[in-house]
Design a protein around this ligand. Structure first.
Ligand code: NAP
Ligand code: MN
Length: 269
């Protein structure tokens, strides 16, 4: 940016707790000669995201999946991604400066939506949900590596990353997947299993190098809603939608090796 100081981006939501936390962080960073800035700097060494999981997801999307590692400070509701609490900022900065952390990859989902006119690529941290844009049952044909698996009928399906497995996937009966396992999970939302329609009632976990694809039934190709990490997208004339592990990655600092299990227990039990 403007001087030789090491720069840290601070991406904060607008709530009062987050603002207070931001000022405290800037003050602590300054003690070690680090500059915290709210004007996103592409050459910064770290992105600190203050808020909850929603803010964390939006910070990554808005900044287009940058190579700068992320760490979160939780001022949100759940804050599953956010390892640091507002009360441990000075400890966090101290450990950061003395490099007491590891850098872990967050695996991402890549989705290709093919329509009659154009193709679209989406990248997700948590998941893609494919459902009906109206409150109707959707009918989708699902293939894994070009093998026909099932005709799905129900509210929709979730394709979740390991990091997203504790989010919508978990609420829909999917399994929790340890974040370093390279795989995708397909989880049905209210699958119909009747004499009229038959769909798998549980989720399937697929290795990251296989291709999952779904085709909306002809009369539903304009009534599909795609939700990427909570953001809605509509497309005209969808031919098919395919999913695989993205080549893109994002990086996250980890300060405690036991954090994953502590966090899981604290937030879900
Ligand atoms: P939101 O409606 O505020 O979030 C729903 C809840 O999911 C929040 O408590 C959020 O934490 C939590 N969350 C997000 N990612 C998580 C993860 N990887 N592991 C565990 N919990 C997680 O919307 P949002 O904050 O923008 O988050 C978008 C996400 O909401 C979507 O990606 C989807 O997974 C999830 N969602 C869940 C349901 C459901 O469970 N029935 C329905 C729709 C969407 P914070 O409170 O810290 O933000
Ligand atoms: Mn939220």
């Amino acid at each position: 940016m403007n001087n030789n100081k090491r720069t840290i981006n601070i991406i904060s939501n607008r709530n009062i707790e987050s603002k207070k936390t931001k000022y405290k962080l800037i003050e602590e960073l300054d003690k070690y000669g680090l500059m915290g800035t709210e004007n996103y700097d592409k050459n910064a060494e770290l992105n600190v995201c203050i808020g909850g999981d929603g803010s964390f997801l939006r910070a990554i999307h808005r900044n287009k999946f940058p190579p700068i590692p992320f760490i979160g400070i939780n001022t949100g509701h759940l804050g599953f991604f956010q390892e640091i609490s507002p009360t441990s900022i000075s400890d966090f900065v101290k450990k950061y400066v003395s490099k007491e952390y590891t850098v872990e990859e967050i695996l991402l989902l890549n989705t290709l939506v093919r329509t009659k006119k154009k193709n679209f690529n989406l990248t997700s941290i948590n998941e893609i949900v494919v459902k009906g844009s109206k409150s109707k049952v959707v009918h989708l044909t699902m293939y894994i590596d070009d093998n026909h698996l099932q005709k799905f009928s129900g509210d929709g399906i979730i394709v979740s990353t390991p990091a997203g497995s504790t989010a919508y996937n978990f609420s829909s009966g999917g399994s929790i997947v340890y974040p370093s396992i390279n795989c995708l999970q397909v989880t049905p939302v209210a699958p119909i299993s009747s004499k009229a329609f038959r769909s798998l009632p549980t989720s399937i976990i697929v290795p990251g190098d296989l291709n999952i694809s779904i085709k909306p039934e002809y009369r539903y190709k304009n009534s599909i809603l795609i939700v990427n990490d909570g953001m809605e997208y509509w497309y005209d004339d969808i031919i098919d939608i395919s999913f695989n592990m993205s080549n893109k990655k994002i990086y996250q600092l980890k300060f405690s090796k036991d954090y994953y299990w502590e966090n899981l227990k604290n937030k879900f039990l």
